[in-house]
Structure formats: structure tokens, C-alpha cells
Design a binder for this molecule. Structure first.
Ligand SMILES: Cc1ncc(COP(=O)(O)O)c(C=O)c1O
Length: 393
């Protein structure tokens, strides 16, 4: 295994030693480790932080994405074969549930200066497609012009879901990334803004969607709903006793439950979240200043944002040859790098197997061929930052 001087991340947790010790004590003193009070307490804290009415915890960000789509189908807000536009620059398990759950998935290009979908690209796509759903991704802490995108979707009755797994803490003047949609997903996998080892969340202000997400999360049953909600489902289906209700399954679901370890870790890590977002932002700005001095790189545009909170530094080279040059420089310097997420999703083998129609997406192709990223986290030392800066200066 290659060891890097500057890996994508150095630790599993923010304040690693302290967190591991607290986790060990928690496990030793816990009678229950399956989903319960710790998960609920984390949900409540996270909803407060994100300024959303509901937060529903899952065992991963990918599960959160799957659950959002399944819940919308269960509620009949979207149907089989409805058209769903999605950001072509995204993660596999953002796109896969669209295919798995029988929607027509239409990839949307990105603005190469923001790495994100823009209202201009959306308006162009709307000339050809009648979307019921827009599943956009806020890429590596950056966003598109979400206000305008939301306005357009509100006008046309298009449901927006936001995959905010890479942008926890990012802010626009009109609100936090993740709050421009009916629901948004978050990931707490190692190397994201905060880690619960594995874990994910959905945030929403919609009561019926939050309720359905809890049904989808746990087998299709009502066990994790409140008493009022349980009564409603039981009356609707004429369930006569608590005995019968315990194994009654109301709609399509999975087992996507987190554990109390996830709930405990989430709460513990949240105390460091704000501080860690601030450091990531400062790091990002330092790197961007250097990038802007080097004509080999395409400058990023984040003027429309108040705060950029990414777990990685995106680098967009002006062409593929230059990317090769910088990949080599980073490798020689021992800085771990990755492609810019999955590139143009249409170029992934799974996508070509299930969707034969390929759209022309010049922005996403450019990012696919010319971009890469390295890790951005609070433990980057002055020397680590200097090593990265030396590669781009
Ligand atoms: C945009 C995006 N969505 C979803 C996910 C999936 O999250 P998880 O690894 O928690 O399943 C990731 C993972 O990095 C991601 O970058």
C-alpha cells in the first residue's frame, strides 16, 4: 500500500484520540447499541445545526439518497418513468437509485467555473425535458446559483433534492447549502466534514416525507414513528392490535438503519464541526489564491457564496496534458489525489450498461478529463499546506 505524506485524510475522527476514548467508554457503558435514543439525539442536534425541521439518520450517504427517492415514490410524488435530471458530476450512489427505482435519469452538464449545475444549463435542458425531479449535487463545497435554480423549479413544479454530502457547512447569502430543496442528503463517511465511520442524514421541512423516510429506513414498518403517526397508519389499514402491528409492513423499504455508535459519534463530532468548517474554508482560500496566480489552472468562481466548506481542494487544469503534469507533481510530492468525483457519470461503465442515450455535456467532459482533487482537513500542517502550494506555484 502506498503511504502518502499528505493523504486524503489523516484520521477517522476530528479530535481522534479524545473521540476514540469517549467511544470506548460509551460502548462499555451501553446496554443498547441498535438504533435508539443516541440516534434521535444526533438527529435533533443536526436538524438544529442545518436549520431544518427534520433530520433522519441513515447508515450511509448512499442509503440517504436511495431512501429519498424511494420515499418520494411511496408518497406518489414521483412515478415510474418520470424524468429526473441529475448533476452529471456526482457520486455513483446519487445516480444509481434513479436507475434502480425506474426513473428516466437525464444527466445535466456543469458550469466548469463552479463545478455545478447552473440555472442557465437547467433552463436549456428544460427546453427538451419535462422534469418531475431535479437531483442536484453540491460539488466539493461549491454550489451553483441555487436561488435561481429553486425559483425555476418552484415555477415549474419540479421537486428538488440536494445531495449535500460534499458541502456540509457551505453557505450562500440566502441560506445553507442543503436548504434549497424538499430534502437533502449528507454523508458522515470517513474523510467527509465529520465522520461517524459510516453514516448519512436526510434533512427536510416536510412532515409527511420525514415520516415516510422513517418507514423506508426500517423495513417498511411503523415502529420508529410517533404515537400519533402509528395510530394513523394502523387505522388506515385496520390493524387491530399492537401484536399484529409489530410485523405489519406498510410500504416499500429497506434496512438502512444506523446504530447507536453512529448516533453517539455524530453528537460527539458535532462539537468540533463549526471550528473544522472554518479551517477548511481558510485552507481552501489559501489554495485558491495560489491557483489564481497559475495560468495552467482554470479559476473557480465562488463569488456568489458566503462560505465554501469542502473536504477537498478541487484543481481544474486547462487541458488533459496539464492534468498529467500535475498528477505527476502531486504523486512525486507524496500528496494523495483523486479524480474529481466520478467525472461525467455517463462515462461510467454502470451508466452505459443501463442508459444507452449519451448527451453532449462539454462541461462535465472537461472536468472528467482535466480536474482532480486532494484532501482538505483541519489536521493539514503548515508543512502539508506548503507542499501542496509548492506543487502549484
Ligand atoms: C456527492 C456524494 N453523494 C453521496 C456519497 C455517498 O456517501 P457514503 O459514502 O456515505 O455512502 C458521496 C460519497 O463520497 C458523495 O460524494
Amino acid at each position: 500500500m502506498t503511504t502518502y505524506g499528505v493523504p486524503l485524510m489523516k484520521h477517522t475522527f476530528l479530535h481522534e484520540a479524545e473521540t476514540k476514548k469517549a467511544l470506548a467508554t460509551f460502548i462499555l457503558n451501553s446496554e443498547r447499541l441498535s438504533m435508539g435514543a443516541e440516534c434521535e439525539a444526533f438527529e435533533n442536534k443536526f436538524a438544529l445545526f442545518q436549520e431544518r425541521k427534520h433530520a433522519i439518520l441513515f447508515n450511509s450517504g448512499g442509503s440517504a439518497n436511495l431512501a429519498m427517492i424511494q420515499a418520494l415514490k411511496n408518497l406518489e410524488k414521483i412515478k415510474q418513468d418520470d424524468k429526473a435530471g441529475f448533476s452529471a458530476i456526482t457520486w455513483s450512489t446519487n445516480t444509481m437509485p434513479l436507475i434502480q427505482l425506474g426513473l428516466q435519469s437525464i444527466p445535466l452538464d456543469c458550469d466548469k467555473q463552479t463545478l455545478n449545475l447552473s440555472s442557465k444549463i437547467l433552463l436549456e435542458a428544460l427546453k427538451e425535458h419535462n422534469f418531475k425531479l431535479l437531483f442536484l449535487t453540491n460539488v466539493l463545497g461549491l454550489t451553483g446559483d441555487l436561488d435561481r435554480i429553486k425559483e425555476i423549479c418552484d415555477e415549474k413544479d419540479i421537486i428538488i433534492l440536494e445531495d449535500n454530502c460534499e458541502s456540509l457547512g457551505s453557505e450562500l447569502p440566502s441560506g445553507k447549502a442543503g436548504n434549497f430543496s424538499l430534502a437533502s442528503s449528507f454523508s458522515f463517511f470517513v474523510a467527509h466534514h465529520m465522520s461517524t465511520i459510516e453514516g448519512g442524514m436526510v434533512c427536510t421541512d416536510d412532515d409527511s416525507l420525514a415520516e415516510m423516510l422513517k418507514i423506508v429506513r426500517a423495513n417498511g414498518w411503523d415502529r420508529n414513528l410517533n404515537e400519533h403517526q402509528k395510530k394513523k397508519w394502523r387505522e388506515r389499514f385496520d390493524i387491530q392490535s399492537a401484536f399484529q402491528a409489530s410485523y405489519t409492513f406498510y410500504d416499500l423499504g429497506y434496512n438502512l438503519r444506523p446504530t447507536e455508535i453512529t448516533g453517539f459519534l455524530g453528537q460527539y463530532q458535532m462539537q468540533f464541526l463549526q471550528e473544522n468548517i472554518k479551517i477548511r474554508e481558510q485552507n481552501f482560500k489559501k489554495i485558491q489564491n495560489a491557483v489564481n496566480q497559475n495560468s495552467d489552472f482554470f479559476p473557480l468562481d465562488f463569488k456568489h457564496m458566503n462560505l465554501v466548506s469542502g473536504f477537498a481542494f478541487p484543481f481544474v487544469c486547462k487541458n488533459a496534458d496539464l492534468r498529467m503534469k500535475y498528477i505527476e507533481k502531486f504523486n512525486i510530492s507524496g500528496i494523495e489525489i483523486r479524480p474529481l468525483i466520478a467525472g461525467n457519470m455517463q462515462r461510467q461503465p454502470f451508466y452505459q450498461k443501463y442508459d444507452k442515450h449519451i448527451y453532449q455535456l462539454p462541461g462535465a467532459d472537461f472536468i472528467h478529463d482535466c480536474a482532480f482533487y486532494s484532501g482538505n482537513y483541519p489536521e493539514l500542517s503548515v508543512e502539508d499546506m506548503q507542499l501542496i502550494l509548492n506543487c502549484i506555484n
